[in-house]
Design a protein around this ligand. Structure first.
Ligand code: SF4
Ligand code: SF4
Length: 500
């Protein structure tokens, strides 16, 4: 039975096994080799787009009128506003941001289900900045072999100069990244001179330093360890993958048994390790699906290059579904190399099934969230009126016997213009409405004027003359009526008095 044993009766193999597998292992340095090909070109293009977006977006201007920020994308912490081109989100509308986050999450699930770890391999900031840092490293220290040689002889003059230069450029990129980050929270054109003359706030310098340091450490030092040990996504992305997801695979049915190109009875893999040498996480795709594989596809380019030189069809390593891999294996795996195995295996493949229950559920969820957000946006009111009735005292008895309630009115306007509204009290005849410090229209009704993109507060008094018989609690409604006579906003409240 598998009962627990006291320590003195434990199996003698147990300590030996734990000694054989230490819980800590030093990081093996990875020296990815430069690679050229279709995937690499696509990655350069995506990298350039992502970096351009990140660094340039705070510089885009957007005219919102006087006294309004003219930066297209801005999180204005002081005013509590998020500006996104023509869209302006107030704190109480944070559900739009929640909707955007849900969209991003479901979109990521859908993309993973269709194309595997396409996010990790192409657009994740960790991948993008690490790729950029590796480019700098390669330009200064040389390709894989040169870098390995350099690291074998530290503290030579060449080592010191090349390493210092590399780290200096990395720090420059990291500082630009931290600098761009704070511009999303401050007007870039106004903040830049203040930043360089030491007039920015402590928070600005703190977040600049924080993002500079994290960029430098994560992209320069931690690199693949972020994906392997720190990021939770590889742990649960397997739940979104199935046998019809496109992932980077090694077609073992075609490549094995691997061996020298001129040897007889071997598959297409010549065991050159080109795919391993270009891998940014240092793994061997021929070992099958691994959590460390970020799906960047660089091993595809490396192997295609080898196959082209050997005048063999490309695609020994390819974006492929596990279903096709199994079908090819079943059709051709038992055939000896060079006997039509390649053709037989490729014929067994089917077009990837993009429409599957899983992807349809993701698509439906995406459509639902988009529709909900669009509906909420179309029905969004740009004017709001909050009515807060005084609670202490709940009413005042006047010297002439009348009863008075006081209210705080908060008039919000989410547009850059100024609007004037007539305030009308929907209540039984006899109740009188006064708004302190408000102008009045020719009929004597109070006129409230909004503040562009802000809230104005007004004090309103509602009085019931002596002798008017009212219930203890009377529902009343405050209405804002525009110049065309349309009701813009209605807000309910109550008029309280003594027990009849
Ligand atoms: S195995 Fe290939 S796809 Fe996976 S991380 Fe390495 S190079 Fe990228
Ligand atoms: S690059 Fe291609 S041929 Fe070379 S080891 Fe990798 S899979 Fe085999």
């Amino acid at each position: 039975m598998g009962a627990l044993q006291p320590p003195d009766q434990a199996s003698p193999e147990a300590p030996a096994a734990s000694a054989a597998a230490p819980l800590y292992a030093r990081r093996q340095a990875v020296y990815p080799k430069v690679v050229r090909g279709r995937v690499r070109r696509a990655k350069w293009l995506i990298l350039a787009l992502c970096l351009l977006l990140y660094y340039a977006v705070p510089l885009i201007r957007w005219d919102r009128g006087p006294d309004m920020p003219s930066q297209a994308v801005l999180v204005d912490m002081q005013a509590g506003r998020f500006f996104l081109f023509w869209i302006e989100i107030w704190p109480q509308e944070v559900y739009y941001l929640t909707g955007l986050l849900v969209l991003g999450a479901v979109g990521l699930f859908a993309a993973t289900s269709l194309f595997g770890r396409v996010w990790c391999g192409f657009t994740c900031p960790q991948t993008v900045w690490t790729d950029l840092f590796m480019l700098v490293e390669r330009r200064i220290q040389g390709d894989r072999n040169a870098r390995m040689r350099l690291d074998l002889k530290p503290w030579t003059r060449e080592w010191v100069v090349k390493k210092a230069l590399t780290h200096a450029v990395w720090l420059g990129i990291a500082a630009a990244t931290g600098g761009a980050w704070i511009m999303y929270f401050n007007d870039a054109l106004e903040m830049t001179p203040r930043f360089f003359t030491g007039q920015a706030s402590l928070e600005v310098y703190f977040f600049f330093a924080l993002f500079t340091a994290t960029t430098y450490l994560l992209a320069g030092w931690a690199r693949e360890q972020v994906c392997t040990y720190m990021c939770p996504w590889p742990r649960f992305q397997a739940a979104m993958l199935d046998e019809n997801s496109l992932v980077v695979t090694y077609r073992a049915w075609r490549g094995e048994p691997r061996g020298k190109a001129k040897a007889a009875d071997v598959g297409d893999c010549v065991d050159c390790r080109a795919c391993v040498n270009v891998c940014p996480t240092g793994i061997d795709i021929r070992d099958g699906q691994q959590m460390e594989c970020i799906g960047c596809g660089l091993c595809i380019d490396a192997c295609d290059d080898v196959m082209t030189k050997l005048q063999r069809p490309r695609g020994l390593v390819a974006f492929e579904t596990l279903a096709n891999l199994a079908a090819s294996e079943a059709a051709a795996g038992s055939l000896p190399p060079g006997s039509g195995r390649r053709a037989c295996g490729m014929q067994a493949r089917r077009a990837p099934r993009f429409l599957r229950p899983r992807t349809l559920v993701y698509a439906a969820a995406l459509a639902l969230v988009v529709a909900a957000m669009a509906g909420a946006w179309l029905l969004r009111q740009t004017t709001s009126l909050a009515v807060i009735r005084d609670r202490a005292p709940i009413f005042v008895r006047l010297s002439d016997g009348g009863i008075r309630n006081a209210y705080m009115l908060k008039l919000g306007d989410k547009t850059p213009g100024v609007e004037a509204y007539r305030l009308v009290l929907d209540a039984p005849a006899g109740l009188q409405l006064i708004v302190l410090d408000a102008e009045a229209d020719p009929a004597g009704a109070p006129v409230l004027t909004t503040r562009p993109d802000g809230i104005t507060q007004w004090r309103a008094l509602v009085t019931a003359p002596a002798g008017l018989r009212l219930p203890e609690s009377l529902p009343v409604t405050f209405r804002l009526v525009d110049a065309q006579g349309r009701v813009a906003v209605s807000t309910g409240s109550a008029f309280l008095g003594p027990k009849p």
